[in-house]
Design a protein around this ligand. Structure first.
Ligand code: IPE
Ligand code: IPE
Ligand code: MG
Length: 245
């Protein structure tokens, strides 16, 4: 169900989608512009995430899915990857405190088994402890890859067929969705990519079949409520046909 609110100028009501996904890109360039190490960009990016998670809650968004670390991001230097992982650990601890105050439900999409045992525990804890909260649900994509997600889904289904629990004919689009990390979550109506890049970089390959994309020329650490409003306004100008007329 869509949520209606007045925009800043109190003009026409703005239709806030139920589910927005964001590729949080541009941290490195943000840091470079300032002559700072890339890790400083990731720290600023984590702050931007906190701002947007809180704002999403205030505008009545139901699901916010954020791309934080991809299956391809392991290709980066050991120094950068370990910096990001350390930051994630610290941030998740703070997010846990915030979450209990704000009733945000946390979910993780991705293969967590490659993370440190401490980080895995933190993620599991956050997911477990926030299960009952009913404000915005944040799906945090960590070691997430769209292709990896599809292969895992296919493998799980194939294993069930091999065990005789179901047959190939049982696989419908709906049934397949339930093998994904996003099982039970509606597809995002809107996917935002800041940083000026115009590609999906392996994000939500299945779920984005009919999403509206908004690419923005802002680096993620500079992204705030104003930019989210602008993306929602752009989304509202789109004519979604879903193959119809
Ligand atoms: C996004 O920012 C964060 C991650 C992918 C982990 P980048 O680090 O990709 O920033 P740019 O694209 O180099 O500016
Ligand atoms: C996409 O950004 C992944 C995340 C934001 C987590 P990248 O910076 O990794 O994407 P490419 O390399 O520009 O495609
Ligand atoms: Mg990038």
């Amino acid at each position: 169900m869509a949520f209606f609110r007045k925009n800043k100028k109190n003009e026409a009501p703005v239709n806030v989608p139920e589910h927005i996904a964001i590729i949080m890109d541009g941290n490195g360039r943000w840091a470079k512009k300032r002559g700072l190490p890339r890790t400083a960009g990731h720290r600023a990016g984590a702050e931007a995430f906190r701002r947007i998670a809180n704002y999403s809650r205030s505008i009545g968004l139901k699901y916010l899915t954020v791309y934080a670390f991809s299956t391809e991001n392991w290709k980066r230097s050991e120094e950068e990857v370990s910096g990001i992982m350390k930051l994630l650990g610290r941030y998740l601890e703070e997010a846990l405190a915030d979450m209990e105050k704000n009733h945000v439900r946390f979910c993780f999409f991705g293969d967590l088994s490659r993370l440190s045992p401490e980080l895995q525990t933190l993620c599991r804890d956050a997911q477990e402890r926030s299960r009952c909260y009913d404000e915005v649900q944040v799906n945090f994509c960590l070691n997430y890859g769209g292709r990896d997600e599809l292969v895992r889904a296919a493998r799980t289904f194939a294993a069930q067929v091999a065990e005789g629990k179901c047959g190939p004919e049982d696989l419908t689009e709906e049934a397949f969705s339930n093998y994904l990390y996003s099982a039970g979550v509606p597809d995002p109506e809107l996917i935002i990519r800041p940083s000026g890049e115009m590609r999906t970089s392996n994000f939500l390959l299945w779920q984005s079949a009919y999403s509206e994309y908004v690419f923005m020329d802002v680096l993620w650490p500079d992204f705030g409520p104003e930019q989210l409003d602008a993306a929602i306004e752009e989304y509202n100008r789109r004519n979604r046909r879903f193959g119809g007329t």
